[in-house]
Design a protein around this ligand. Structure first.
Ligand code: ZN
Length: 682
C-alpha cells in the first residue's frame, strides 16, 4: 500500500545546470518564462505542455474535462489537511480582495506572503516540513484588517460575525501550541491525537488501530486498502467512519468531479478507457473500496490510451498511520519519443529482478505488467499542486501490483522546468568538492536523474515480494520512508551496472558516478537546506535519502569508501571508491528488502531512527549559512496553464486553447471562486 510518488520531487538547486530546454514549435518564444513568483522559502515556476496544440481535438477535449475534474478537488485537500483550513483561507482571501486600507506596509506584505504560503501548502501547515506556518504579522493587525472589510463582503460562515470567526481561527493561526504539526511522527507520542490532519477527530491511535485490526482478515489474499477514503470519528461513544463519497463527506466537491468525469466518458479514446472512467464514477458514488480496486485494476491494465489521468484518494503520506489518502489529480498524455527509454527498462524488468542483490526468497518469480512511460503533464491538482512529483508509480495496493503489475511515469515537462530554472544557480560551485564532480554533473546530471526516476518508479517500487502472511502495514510509520529507500537503492544499484551501457541507456561506464556523488551529497548535506535548524528530518523521501547516505558513510568507513572532508571551514563529500560504494548500496538494499518482506518492525525502526531522523547541528548550521548566501528557494511550486473551450454557434466544441499568462495570485483567487463548493465545516 505504501509506495510511490515523488522521488526527487522539488529536488531543487541540485539539478544539473547544463541541460538545455529545447524550444517547442507550439510555444511562442515571448512566453518562455519559467519563473513566476518568489516568496518565503518558495519559488513558483511555470511548466509548458509541449505538444498539446497538435493533439487531435477529441484528446484535447478529454484533457479539458479531466482537467476540470482535477481542479474540483482542491478544497477537499485543504479540508483533509486541517478542518480549519478552508475557513482561514477564505477569510484571508476575503481580506486580500476587499481591504481598502494601506497595502504598502510591511504588515500587509507579510499578510500577502502568508496567504501565498497557505496556497502553496494547501493549508496552514508547511507542505514539506509539516510544521504550522507562523504568520509574520501580529494578531492585532489581523483583527484590524478583517474588521476593516465590509462584513457583507466577507465569506463568514452562516450567521457568524467577524468576532466569532476570529475567536475560532486566531488560536489555530497564531498559538504555537495549538495544532503545531500537520502530521506528527515522533516516536512514543499518540500520533493520531497529536496530528492536525483532519483524518481523525476525537479518537486515539489505539482506538483507530483496534478499529481497523478488527476488520482485517490475515487470510485475505486480496485485501482492500482499509480506511483509505474516510475520516474516523466518535459517534455516541462508538468509533465510526465518515466516508468521502457522493452523499457522504465532501459530497459537493465529489458531485462536481463526477459531473466532469461523465463528460469525459463521452470523448474517451476507446472502450477500456471508458470503463476505467465509469468504474471511477461508481466508486465515487458508492465509496466501496472493492470498487476502487476494480477501478485500479482496469486503470493499470490500460496501457494503450494516449491520454491518462490520476484522480482520487491515492497517496497516504500525510496520514501518521499511513492509511488515509489525500485527494490528488494529474492529467497527462504520453510523450512517444521519450517513452522509448522507459520501454527498454520495462522490457528488461525480469532481468533486473532476477539479478538484484536481494535474497532469492524475497524476489518475484515472475515480474508482471510493469509498464512505464514518459508523460507530459497537462494539469496538476490536489496533492500534486502547486508542489508536484516528477515520477509516479501506481496503484499502491500490494496485491494489485503482485497480480496485475503497476504503471510508472516520469513527468518530462516538470523535470525540464526544474532544469531550466536551476541554470546558473551557483549551487554546484558551493557544495561539490572539485571540478571533477562538477564536470560529471554537467555531462551526465540530467541523464542520470531521469534514469534514476525511471528505475525508481518503474522497477524499484515494483520489485520484491512480501512473505506469505506478512501484513503490508507491519512497518507502520516506518513503512513509507523504507519503501522509498528500497526503490532508491534499487535505482542506485543498477545505475552502476554494466547493463545500463549495454542497453544504451548510459553512454559510458563513468556516467553513473554523477548520480552517486550527487545522491550522497544531497542525502547527507544539502537536503538539510529544507529543514529548520534544531528540527528533525520528517518527510519520507528526505528520511530515505538520509538513511542511505548516512548508512553508506558509516559502513564504508573501514575501507574509506566515502568520507566527509573539510576545506576552508567547509564540509564536502568525497567519494574515494565508486565500485565499493555500489556494493554498499546492494548490501543495504538486501537488508531493506528483508525488513519489508518479513515485516520486521524493530529493524525498520532502528534503521530509520539511527540514520534518517536526527541531524548533526554543527553541520546543519554550516549548510544553511552557505545556502543562504546563494539566495535560492529550497522549494518549488507550479502554476497550471489555462484551458478554454472554443465552441461554434451551435455549441459544438471546435477547439481547446491553452495559455500561460495567469500568475500565481490570479490563479489561486480564480480557483477559490470557480472550484470551491464545500461548506465551511465538514
Ligand atoms: Zn517512490
Amino acid at each position: 500500500m505504501l509506495s510511490t510518488l515523488f522521488l526527487l520531487a522539488a529536488c531543487t538547486g541540485n539539478k544539473s545546470e547544463t541541460s538545455q530546454v529545447s524550444s517547442e514549435p507550439d510555444i511562442p518564444d515571448s512566453t518562455f518564462q519559467y519563473k513566476v513568483d518568489r516568496f518565503a522559502d518558495v519559488e513558483i515556476l511555470r511548466y509548458y505542455v509541449h505538444g498539446f496544440k497538435t493533439l487531435p481535438l477529441a484528446q484535447k477535449e478529454l484533457i479539458y474535462y479531466l482537467s476540470q475534474a482535477a481542479l474540483e478537488g482542491r478544497d477537499i485537500l485543504f479540508d483533509q489537511h486541517n478542518r480549519y483550513n478552508l475557513t482561514i483561507r477564505r477569510v484571508c482571501e476575503g481580506v486580500y480582495e476587499n481591504y481598502m486600507g494601506d497595502k504598502s506596509s510591511e504588515d500587509w506584505k507579510n499578510f500577502e506572503t502568508y496567504l501565498k504560503q497557505i496556497w502553496m501548502a494547501n493549508g496552514i501547515h508547511h507542505h514539506y516540513s509539516e510544521d504550522k506556518i507562523m504568520p509574520k504579522f501580529s494578531q492585532n493587525y489581523f483583527v484590524s484588517i478583517v474588521k476593516g472589510v465590509d462584513p457583507g463582503r466577507m465569506p463568514f460562515r452562516d450567521g457568524m460575525a467577524a468576532d466569532e470567526t476570529l475567536k475560532e481561527i486566531m488560536p489555530i493561526m497564531f498559538d504555537t501550541k495549538v495544532m503545531p504539526k500537520r502530521m506528527n511522527q515522533a516516536a512514543g507520542a499518540d500520533i493520531v491525537a497529536t496530528s492536525a490532519v483532519n483524518f481523525y477527530e476525537g479518537v486515539t491511535q489505539k482506538e483507530v488501530e483496534d478499529f481497523y485490526n478488527a476488520m482485517k482478515d490475515p487470510n485475505d489474499n486480496t485485501p482492500v486498502s482499509y480506511g483509505l477514503n474516510s475520516k474516523v470519528v466518535k459517534k455516541d461513544g462508538a468509533v465510526v467512519e465518515q466516508v468521502w463519497k457522493l452523499g457522504g463527506m465532501y459530497d459537493k466537491a465529489i458531485e462536481r468531479i463526477v459531473g466532469w468525469l461523465e463528460k469525459a466518458v463521452g470523448v474517451a479514446e476507446n472502450e477500456q478507457q471508458k470503463e476505467v472512467i465509469n468504474s471511477l464514477i461508481s466508486y465515487y458514488k458508492s465509496g466501496d473500496l472493492k470498487t476502487f480496486d476494480d477501478y485500479s485494476v482496469k486503470w493499470v491494465t490500460d496501457t494503450v490510451s494516449r491520454v491518462d489521468f490520476i484522480n482520487g484518494f491515492i497517496e497516504t503520506y500525510t496520514d501518521p498511520l499511513g492509511m488515509k489518502a489525500t485527494w490528488e489529480s494529474v492529467v497527462n498524455f504520453k510523450s512517444e519519443e521519450a517513452s522509448k527509454r522507459t520501454q527498454l527498462i520495462s522490457d528488461n524488468a525480469q532481468w533486473f529482478e532476477t539479478n538484484s542483490p536481494i535474497d532469492n526468497k524475497f524476489k518475484k518469480e515472475e515480474v508482471k505488467g510493469v509498464s512505464a512511460k514518459v508523460i507530459t503533464a497537462a494539469i496538476l491538482g490536489g496533492d500534486c499542486y502547486p508542489a508536484t512529483p516528477i515520477g509516479i508509480n501506481l496503484p499502491n495496493a500490494n496485491w494489485i501490483r503482485r497480480d496485475h503489475g503497476s504503471k510508472s511515469v516520469t513527468i518530462d515537462n516538470i523535470t525540464s522546468a526544474y532544469d531550466a530554472a536551476a541554470q546558473g544557480s551557483g549551487f554546484n560551485e558551493e557544495f561539490m568538492w572539485s571540478d571533477a564532480e562538477r564536470e560529471l554533473s554537467k555531462k551526465y546530471g540530467s541523464l542520470t536523474d531521469n534514469l534514476h526516476t525511471d528505475l525508481h518508479e518503474c522497477l524499484g517500487h515494483g520489485s520484491g515480494k512480501l512473505l506469505p502472511g506478512v501484513d503490508s502495514d507491519a512497518l507502520k510509520a516506518y513503512g513509507s520512508p523504507l519503501e522509498e529507500t528500497r526503490a532508491d537503492l534499487f535505482a542506485l544499484y543498477y545505475l552502476g551496472d554494466a547493463k545500463m551501457v549495454e542497453l544504451g541507456l548510459l553512454p559510458d561506464a563513468d556516467s553513473y558516478k554523477a548520480s552517486y556523488y550527487k545522491y550522497i551529497m544531497n542525502g547527507s548535506m544539502t537536503q538539510l537546506t529544507r529543514v529548520q535548524l534544531g528540527k528533525d528530518i520528517e518527510q519520507a523521501h528526505m528520511r530515505n535519502r538520509a538513511i542511505i547516505s548516512n548508512w553508506v558513510i558509516e559502513n564504508g568507513k573501514a575501507e574509506n569508501v566515502v568520507e566527509m572532508k573539510q576545506r576552508d571551514g567547509k564540509t564536502f563529500i568525497v567519494v574515494n571508491d565508486y565500485a565499493k560504494l555500489r556494493n554498499l548500496f546492494g548490501k543495504l538494499l538486501s537488508e531493506v528488502q528483508r525488513i519489508k518482506s518479513e515485516g520486521d518492525f524493530e529493524a525498520a525502526k532502528k534503521l530509520v531512527e539511527t540514520y534518517g531522523v536526527k541531524v548533526n547541528q554543527t553541520l546543519h548550521k554550516e549548510i544553511l549559512d552557505r545556502y543562504a548566501k546563494l539566495d535560492l528557494a529550497p522549494y518549488k511550486g507550479f502554476v497550471n496553464p489555462v484551458y478554454k473551450l472554443v465552441t461554434d454557434k451551435n455549441g459544438k466544441v471546435t477547439d481547446i486553447t491553452i495559455s500561460y499568462d495567469e500568475n500565481y495570485i490570479e490563479q489561486h483567487l480564480r480557483y477559490s471562486k470557480q472550484y470551491s463548493v464545500l461548506p465551511l465545516k465538514n
